[in-house]
Design a protein around this ligand. Structure first.
Ligand code: NOJ
Length: 739
């Protein structure tokens, strides 16, 4: 539709029609099947406004979205099509590894391809907007949504933000792909104590340096929508934070797309104690910049009155409405309201062999080998293997936020291993995932009947344990597949205990006592505390929730079809008492190492090390690539120069290796204390077997700037240290100067 016609349409619309565009409701309002997660309440929205609602969330399926589109357009006086929006966070039906695993690939180009597939599967099913990418930087795995984020580093998350937005949106002109909606703006990953929906409070320098860059990168990549977060930021809820939404996002960053609230968060302004009532909440959210009120009664019941009593100018509503109409028009919905939906393609494209192949490839790269004593891995198909543990034959490998995925499509570890090992494979469940019925009841998704199905009675548990031990005795190698229950991570999955459940630890210890080779495969939505079991096993394979092709990918790594290349994008703590624990912390005046003080009065725990169990960037491979000969072209740069450096990688092994070369730096003296290390660049390169390669970098000097407390970048002259290596710990160092 031409711009003039769009403007004419806006002029012709009644106030209720305009308000309708600013409301998003879920499928149940339209008698459609709905899979929303979130508090459910009767909203008290008049039927007329429900009919005028401009977007519908979490309804998919070509036939159903087409039916609903027809139904809703007929009800609207100007026959405006609705937008279908949905949570497609790491796959639609073909589910990729959870994002903390995507982060561990350190391969944004590959993830761009994965997001293209996710977007196309969603598009053929009639969806147009994905509530993704989620790029909240998080430092605390107690937070359940650690699952959903690529990790703890702002630079790495920014690279993924760009790739994910491009992957989602690239094919929009061909009526494929999805509109990206970056979330959760802002600093949701900094919720205090890892407690869900809690406050985030921080200095401006910290906010600009560590939390804002990924959202900004998404906006720069052309992301058409932004979702405000559920938390307060420095005391002001993000949903009504005019500085965040208007001054920074729109005015400074130039974002001119649509801003949506998170689920019910406009209403929650009242609960926060930031708005007195629905009218007040409606005013504050719209005035701050929220265009669409997701699943709350506030815009529906508050905006009309605000305009009628003169408290709100109609211009504000017109502007918000126009942004939504504009998005619909950009997608061509006025001409083709069904966008890319197609029952035929839905059938042919969704979960196709190619899509599965890509999911497997991504999962291969997401898996992180954390320990491999005496090279027990890779295994050989001639070995007699016992697969033991509650995840051995478990289909629930897609994680909590794959709301459209179906676990029945998953390849289990057992299925994948038996195709390699045949009769050399034995299997025993050994124990349940968890036996804590009270905890399971608290997860919110499991009723008593389901819990009693997943927690065995004591006698069965004992039999399972004994059966596992006798199977283990007969095997040469034991693969122990353990982990968290799927609902323990994801939204509202905050935990204070990050250990494996006691029953699983007991199984590991008892099997350890048999003196066999043990490979621990961990399925989890976050870094767990593995300290109490790490000595009992020979190898540890962190597999996250690896997705639809999870079993195959785990087998690829265990049997050496690929040499593991995943590297942690989140620190693995020694104990949860260290949290928030992250590699890029500031130095204290009394650091544990290098302080002038000795003994007690340094920054340390008296009952635990300061160091993590596994640092950021860490991961082993079957090849052992050695780093040497770091060269810097010039060690004195001015602001407009680039730091050109190179490093030699030597691969003496028989394995071709995908190696992630990580570049960090430290600004030695600055007017705001700087992190001990900060990632500034990386490259994932292939080092073929028995060869050496030289990897080069050219880093603009301005990338060594930091943000001050007014949110401005500063590059201060003086000495810097450069660190380069395979992870944040094992690095080669050189000094350079900014002059
Ligand atoms: C609440 C979550 O915070 C958000 O990530 C999600 O997109 C919405 N619910 C919609 O389901």
């Amino acid at each position: 539709m031409k711009q003039e016609r769009l403007e004419k349409l806006l002029n012709e619309m009644s106030l209720s029609e305009k308000i309708g565009q600013l409301i998003q409701l879920s499928g149940d309002f339209f008698k459609s099947k709905d899979i929303s997660f979130g508090p459910i309440q009767k909203l008290g929205i008049p039927d007329k406004l429900v009919d005028l609602s401009g977007s519908i969330m979490n309804v998919t399926g070509a036939a159903e979205t087409q039916r609903l589109q027809k139904q809703q357009m007929a009800k609207q006086p100007h026959h405006i099509p609705v937008l279908f929006m949905s949570d497609v966070i790491y796959g639609f039906k073909t589910i990729f590894p959870i994002p903390v695993g995507l982060g561990a690939t350190w391969n944004p180009e590959l993830i761009k391809e994965a997001f293209k597939v996710a977007a196309n599967e969603a598009a053929v099913s009639g969806n147009q907007v994905c509530f993704a990418p989620m790029v909240d930087v998080t430092h605390d795995p107690r937070w359940g949504r650690t699952l959903e984020s690529p990790g703890e580093d702002p630079y790495l998350n920014s690279c993924f933000a760009k790739a994910m937005v491009e992957g989602l949106q690239e094919q929009l002109p061909n009526k494929k792909g999805q509109v990206a909606c970056v979330k959760h703006y802002a600093a949701y990953g900094a919720v205090e104590a890892g407690l869900e929906y809690n406050l985030a409070d921080m200095s401006m320098s910290n906010l600009f340096q560590n939390y804002l860059p990924p959202y900004k990168a998404a906006v720069k990549a052309g992301c058409k929508m932004v979702m405000a977060s559920l938390n307060t930021l420095n005391g002001v809820p993000a949903t009504a934070n005019k500085w965040l939404l208007t001054d920074l996002l729109k005015k400074q960053w130039g974002f001119n797309g649509v801003i949506i609230s998170d689920y019910a968060s406009v209403y929650e302004l009242i609960k926060h104690g930031f708005a007195a009532d629905e009218e007040d909440a409606a005013f504050k959210a719209l005035d701050a910049g929220i265009d669409i009120d997701m699943k709350s009664p506030v815009y529906a019941n508050g905006l009309q009155k605000l305009v009628e009593n003169g408290k709100l100018s109609i211009t504000k509503i017109n502007e918000a409405c126009m942004r939504i109409l504009q998005l619909k028009n950009d997608l061509g919905l006025f001409e083709n309201p069904y966008f890319g939906s197609s029952e035929i393609e839905e059938h042919e494209y969704t979960l196709s062999d190619d899509n599965r192949k890509l999911a497997r490839k991504v999962a291969d790269e997401a898996i992180v080998l954390l320990k491999n004593n005496h090279q027990v891995l890779p295994l050989s198909s001639n070995e007699k293997v016992a697969l033991i543990g509650p995840y051995g034959d478990e289909k629930s490998l897609i994680g909590m936020w794959a709301v459209h995925g179906d676990i029945k499509d998953c390849v289990t570890i057992k299925a994948a291993l038996s195709s390699i090992l045949g009769t050399n494979l034995g299997y025993a469940q050994g124990t349940d995932i968890t036996r804590d019925k009270q905890m399971l009841a608290g997860l919110g998704f499991l009723n008593e009947e389901r819990i009693s199905r997943i927690v065995s009675d004591d006698e069965t548990e004992n039999q399972n344990h004994q059966a596992a031990l006798s199977l283990a005795k007969k095997a040469e190698t034991i693969i122990l597949a353990v982990g968290e229950n799927v609902f323990e991570s994801g939204e509202a999955g905050s935990k204070t205990n990050l250990h494996l459940p006691k029953n699983q630890v007991k199984l590991i210890k008892d099997i350890h006592n048999l003196g066999k080779k043990i490979v621990l495969v961990v399925i989890s939505g976050r870094p767990l505390v593995l300290t109490d079991v790490i000595q009992d096993v020979d190898a540890v394979v962190e597999s996250w929730f690896p997705g639809t092709e999870g079993g195959n990918a785990i087998a690829d790594v265990l049997f050496g079809k690929v040499s593991p290349s995943g590297r942690l994008s989140t620190t693995f703590p020694f104990t949860e008492g260290q949290e928030p624990l992250y590699y890029s912390h500031l130095s204290t005046g009394r650091p544990q190492k290098g302080s002038q003080h000795v003994g007690r009065f340094v920054s340390r725990y008296i009952d635990a090390p300061n160091e993590p169990l596994f640092p950021f960037g860490y991961g082993l491979s079957y090849a052992d690539v050695k780093y040497s000969d770091l060269q810097i072209e010039s060690d004195a740069l001015n602001e407009s120069d680039n730091l050109r450096l190179s490093i030699k990688l030597v691969n003496d092994s028989q394995w071709s290796q995908k190696e992630t070369v990580q570049v960090y730096f430290h600004d030695d003296v600055a007017s705001i204390v700087q992190p001990v290390k900060r990632l500034v660049s990386f490259k994932k390169v292939t080092v073929p077997a028995k060869t050496s390669v030289r990897v080069t970098f050219s880093i603009p000097a301005t990338d060594f700037s930091f943000f001050d407390n007014t949110g401005h970048p500063k590059l201060e002259k003086g000495s810097f240290h450069l660190f380069i290596g395979p992870n944040s710990n094992d690095v080669i160092t050189k000094e350079f100067q900014i002059i």
